[in-house]
Design a protein around this ligand. Structure first.
Ligand code: NAD
Length: 337
C-alpha cells in the first residue's frame, strides 16, 4: 500500500470514529455537542476521501448509514419501506450538478418539475393508518428499524386520530416531520426556566427530546406539530394514486393531514434556485426552523426510474442554508474591511 493511501485510510478511520460519536449524541441522546455545520463539513470530507479511494468504502461507514440505532427502551418497529436520508447540496453549482445528473441518468433533456419543500428541522416520523384509524407511529431510527412512539404521537394535536374522506386506502403510511414552532419553543423554554428544568438548545433538540419520552404525559405538555412530506406503504397496491408527488401531498391533505403551507412546485434547476432564494429571504419570518430546502422530482414515474443509492433517493436533494453561526461569521468577516 502506498504512503498516500495509508494516510487516507487513517484520515477516513478518524473521521468515521468522530462522526459515529456525533451521530450517537445527536440521534440517540438528542444532545449534540457540535454545530450541524461542523458535522456537515466532516461528513463532506469523509465522502470526498471515500470517493477518491472507493476500495475503502465499507457498508458501516457513516457516509453509508442512516440516523442512529433505536433506543432499546422503546418497542422496535421494522419499516416496510426503509426511511432514508437525503443527499446534500451546499451551493447553487451542486444543485445544478444534481439537475444534470438527473438528465444524464434519464438520458433526456426534457424540463424536469420539482416539488420544493422547506426542510423542517425536527425529526422524521412514520404514521400508519388502517381503515382510516391511526394504529402506529414510529421514528426513523437507523432507517430500517425505528422506535414505537404511538402513545406519544397521539398527544400531538394536529395529527388526526382518524382520516376523513372516501378515498382513504385501507392501509396507508404517512411520513413527515415532527417539529416545534419557534413560538412554541420560546414558550417551552420560558416554562422550563421558571421551573428550573432543562433549557433546550434549539427547536430541533426540543422536538426530539419531547417526542422520545417514555412517559406520554410529558410529550403531551410539549408544543409539538407535524407536517406531512411523503407516503410510505399504500395498500391495496392496485389503488390508483395521483401521478405526481405534489398531487399526492394535496390528496393526503384532503384526508385531514397537515401540510406545510410554503411548499411549491418549480420548473427546472433554475426554478429551484429561485425558490431557495425566496425561502432564504423569508426564513426569519417563518414560524418554524428550517435548515434548508428539499427538491424532489415531482413525477412518480421518473422517481421510480431514478431509484436509490445506499442511503438516499437519487431523485431528491436537500440544499442546505449556511448555518446561523456560519452566517454570523460571514457577516463579521464582511464588516472587517
Ligand atoms: P438529512 O439531512 O439527510 O435529511 C433527511 C431528513 O430530512 C428526513 O429524515 C426528515 O427528517 C427531514 N426532512 C425535513 N423536511 C423534509 C421534507 N420536506 N422532505 C423530506 N425530508 C425532510 O437528515 P439526517 O440524515 O437526519 O440528518 C443529517 C443532518 O443532521 C446533518 O446534515 C446534520 O446537519 C445533522 N446532524 C448533526 C449532528 C451534530 O452532531 N450536530 C449529528 C448528526 C446529524
Amino acid at each position: 500500500m502506498s504512503k498516500q493511501s495509508s494516510s487516507s485510510e487513517q484520515q477516513i478511520e478518524h473521521l468515521r470514529d468522530t462522526l459515529r460519536q456525533y451521530n450517537h449524541e445527536y440521534y440517540v441522546l438528542d444532545a449534540p455537542t457540535v454545530p450541524d455545520a461542523e458535522y456537515d463539513r466532516l461528513m463532506q470530507q469523509l465522502i470526498e476521501l471515500e470517493q477518491a479511494n472507493p476500495s475503502l468504502i465499507t457498508p458501516d461507514s457513516p457516509s453509508q448509514k442512516v440516523g442512529g440505532a433505536p433506543l432499546s427502551a422503546f418497542e422496535q418497529v421494522t419499516h416496510e419501506v426503509p426511511m432514508l436520508s437525503l443527499d446534500n447540496a451546499f451551493d447553487d453549482a451542486s444543485l445544478l450538478a444534481f439537475e444534470k445528473r438527473l438528465h444524464d441518468r434519464l438520458k433526456s433533456n426534457e424540463i424536469l418539475y420539482f416539488s420544493c419543500e422547506p426542510k423542517l428541522d425536527g425529526l422524521a416520523v412514520s404514521l400508519l393508518y388502517e381503515n382510516g384509524q391511526l394504529v402506529q407511529a414510529a421514528t426513523r431510527g437507523d432507517g430500517q428499524v425505528g422506535e414505537n412512539i404511538t402513545q406519544n404521537v397521539r398527544t400531538i394535536t394536529n395529527i388526526p386520530h382518524r382520516l376523513k374522506g372516501d378515498t382513504i386506502p385501507q392501509r396507508v403510511e404517512i411520513r413527515g416531520e415532527v417539529f416545534m414552532s419557534k413560538a412554541g419553543f420560546e414558550k417551552l423554554n420560558s416554562r422550563q426556566k421558571a421551573n428550573n428544568a432543562k433549557v433546550f438548545a434549539n427547536p430541533r433538540n426540543a422536538a426530539a427530546g419531547s417526542l422520545r419520552q417514555l412517559d406520554p404525559k410529558i410529550t403531551a405538555r410539549r408544543p409539538l406539530m407535524f407536517y406531512t412530506y411523503s407516503l410510505g406503504v399504500v395498500a391495496p397496491a392496485s389503488l390508483e394514486l395521483p401521478k405526481t408527488h405534489s398531487e399526492r401531498l394535496n390528496l393526503v391533505q384532503s384526508w385531514g393531514m397537515p401540510l406545510c403551507p410554503d411548499i411549491a412546485t418549480a420548473k427546472g434547476g433554475q426554478g429551484c434556485l429561485e425558490y431557495y432564494q425566496h425561502i432564504l429571504r423569508t426564513r426569519e419570518a417563518l414560524p418554524y426552523d428550517i435548515d434548508g430546502v428539499v427538491f424532489k422530482v415531482d413525477s412518480i414515474a421518473l422517481q421510480q426510474t431514478l431509484g436509490f443509492v445506499a442511503k438516499a433517493p437519487r431523485w431528491a436533494i436537500a440544499q442546505k442554508f449556511p448555518a446561523q453561526e456560519e452566517i454570523t461569521r460571514l457577516i463579521s468577516v464582511e464588516f472587517q474591511v
